[in-house]
Design a protein around this ligand. Structure first.
Ligand code: GLC
Ligand code: CA
Length: 512
């Protein structure tokens, strides 16, 4: 595993909405470059940029039309190369977003594969062998080309599925991952990876990574495929880092990913924390963290520490943390996020508690996700410093609430969420026990109960974390001794006799 992941704290940038520098209302690479110092100052040492390649933008760029060329609205390949260099000079690593499962219908591979005559792209996508037959359990497009067949869809209707083969073959047109077509698809994707890594990128976040091989319920075919990618990486790019959008670390990490996300979908129970009817981090104190912890432990054991389990603050697909939590509740949420193993991922703007913007119409296939993708709020100038374009030209409408949080206001307010997040990152970075590979042992995580307590350790360093989001005092019995308070938000927890007394709405880090 690349050494730099040991202490990585990531910042996710949705490039459309971060910083516009040429007044077209849409963020760009020069804008990201301009804000690298801000990211570094916050304490993050790595970024992940959502897809920034040529695309008709039916799904915000997750419909790639050319993997090797960036979308002109963000700049040129040279600008992106400059971004890599500027980031590196500040000690920041850069992940791009690889979308290996599908392309846009405008991709030249797809245009070729629609032709009736056989050519080198005929087997690049999953096609049935006659237009009347649809692929099982998947959407499809048919009647769109002279080719006699239906093509499988991976996501939206303009995202045909690339062909990596079927694990169990039940129809004559289905191919094995070892067949020529699927092998060529994988090789083409390795070329894309090689292209960007050679240009200075440090790795990839991989879109829908668990979905590549079809008819593969237990993921065995897809795991085998990613193991090949890992062998390639270990050989050619041992410092490159790969994080999967999979949500099942027991599978993805066996497949050779260095990291996997827990997500709003899949079996991880991630939603129990921040995004459900009674989130654990709400001060109403009606949440239940036990199922999450049980699942986490299972994943932790099954993945045999082969890689990292990453818990994001949010992302471009889910509701903003602030939709359900208040700024004070978010401070405690960050106390948790920044003291768990794995590399933390902060979604742009979450560090200032940017809100989900209600009532927006869909932009670029965002639908309900659009409200989490609004422009970054920097300061009090026009369009909150995001862009000097007229407001109606902005990619997505700004949050126009008069009390919307901004970086500028939070920098001046001592007790802001921004300062809490910054402090937490600094503490993490000063203590190996709190970093990616420090061990975790849960101390208190009972059903329908508060607080959550866990012990992090590395070598001889041991740090006890006690998180009580509920607005009532709690306590729990434990043999762990009193220690030195490293950090608290709210009043610190204290040991009295054999019990830890935990104040309402608090998180404490205690060095044992
Ligand atoms: C992933 C992306 C999402 C996209 C989808 C299809 O879930 O995060 O934004 O729409 O894949 O590529
Ligand atoms: Ca721009």
């Amino acid at each position: 595993m690349p050494k730099w992941l040991d202490n990585a704290v990531f910042y996710e940038i949705y490039p459309q909405s971060f910083q516009d520098t040429n007044a077209d209302g849409i963020g760009d690479f020069q804008g990201i470059i301009r804000r690298l110092d801000y990211i570094r100052e916050l304490g993050c040492n790595a970024i992940w940029i959502n897809p920034c390649f040529l695309s008709p933008f039916g799904d915000a760029g997750y419909d790639v039309a050319d993997y090797d060329t960036v979308a002109p609205r963000y700049g040129t390949n040279e600008d992106l190369k400059q971004l890599f260099a500027e980031a590196h000079s500040r000690g920041i690593h850069v992940l791009l977003d690889l979308v290996p499962g599908h392309t846009s219908v405008e991709h030249k591979w797809f245009l070729e594969s629609m032709k009736a005559e056989k050519n080198q792209y005929t087997d690049r996508y999953i096609w049935t062998d006659n237009v009347w037959e649809a692929p099982e359990n998947m959407g499809c497009l048919r009647g769109i080309s002279p080719r006699d067949g239906a093509v499988a869809l991976n996501f939206f209707s303009m995202q045909p599925a690339l062909n990596y083969g079927y694990y169990k073959i039940t129809r004559p047109w289905q191919q094995s991952p070892e067949d020529e077509g699927p092998r060529a698809t994988l090789n083409a994707m390795l070329d894309v990876i090689r292209f960007w890594l050679s240009m200075g990128c440090d790795g990839f976040r991989v879109d829908m990574a668990g979905s590549l091989v079809k008819n593969d319920e237990e993921g065995k075919g897809t795991i085998a495929l990613w193991q090949k990618v890992r062998t390639f990486l270990d050989r050619e790019f041992p410092e490159a880092a790969f994080v999967s959008e999979w949500g099942e670390p027991d599978k993805s990490l066996q497949g050779g990913f260095h990291m996997d996300f827990l997500l709003h979908f899949g079996p991880s129970r991630y939603n129990d924390l921040f995004r459900c009817e009674h989130p654990f981090f709400s001060s109403e104190g009606r949440g239940d963290v036990s199922a999450f912890v049980k699942k986490y432990r299972e994943n932790y054991d099954k993945s045999e520490k082969k890689g990292l389990i990453c818990i994001p603050s949010g992302n471009h697909d889910m509701d903003r943390l602030a939709r359900l939590l208040s700024p004070d509740e978010m401070k405690l949420a960050f106390g948790f996020l920044l003291s768990m193993p794995g590399a933390p991922f902060i979604y742009y703007g979450d560090e200032i508690g940017m809100r989900y913007v209600e009532g927006l119409s869909s932009v670029e296939g965002g639908y309900n996700r659009t409200g989490s993708r609004s422009p970054m709020q920097w300061d009090n100038t026009a369009n909150a410093g995001f862009s000097s374009a007229p407001a109606e030209k902005l990619y997505i409408k700004m949050d126009d609430a008069p009390d919307r949080p901004t970086v500028e206001a939070q920098l001046t307010a001592e007790n802001s969420l921004y300062h809490e997040v910054k402090k937490l990152i600094a503490i993490r970075q000063a203590h190996p026990a709190l970093q990616s590979r420090g061990e975790i042992e849960f101390v208190h995580a009972e059903e329908n109960a508060y607080p959550l307590a866990y012990l992090r350790s590395a070598d001889s360093e041991r740090i006890l974390i006690i998180v009580n989001p509920a607005s009532r005092a709690e306590s729990f019995e434990s043999v762990l001794p009193e220690g030195e308070l490293l950090y608290s938000c709210g009043a610190p927890a204290k040991k009295e006799g054999s019990a830890w007394m935990v104040p309402p709405c608090s998180v404490s880090f205690i060095k044992l």
